[in-house]
Design a binder for this molecule. Sequence first.
Ligand code: FES
Length: 79
Amino acid sequence: MRGDRVPVATPLPTELLRLTECEDGPVLVRGARVVVDAQGVTHPVTRPVVALCRCGASQRLPWCDGVHKRLGKRETSTG
Ligand code: FES
């Protein structure tokens, strides 16, 4: 299941973590020092802003590599 591959960003306890969701794309993360993926592997963050894959199809997980653009729009639930 692709959802098992979606990473989690973890800020240091005293830092502000800012997230921006891109429609049908990654989450842009500002303020993170590390990202812990679904397998518990820690990835150091060396840039002020990083893009985390939400589609699970990236070949560079946990980072977005742009492949989501080829997957098309996600269906959304309207209730
Ligand atoms: S969100 Fe998955 S590759 Fe961009």
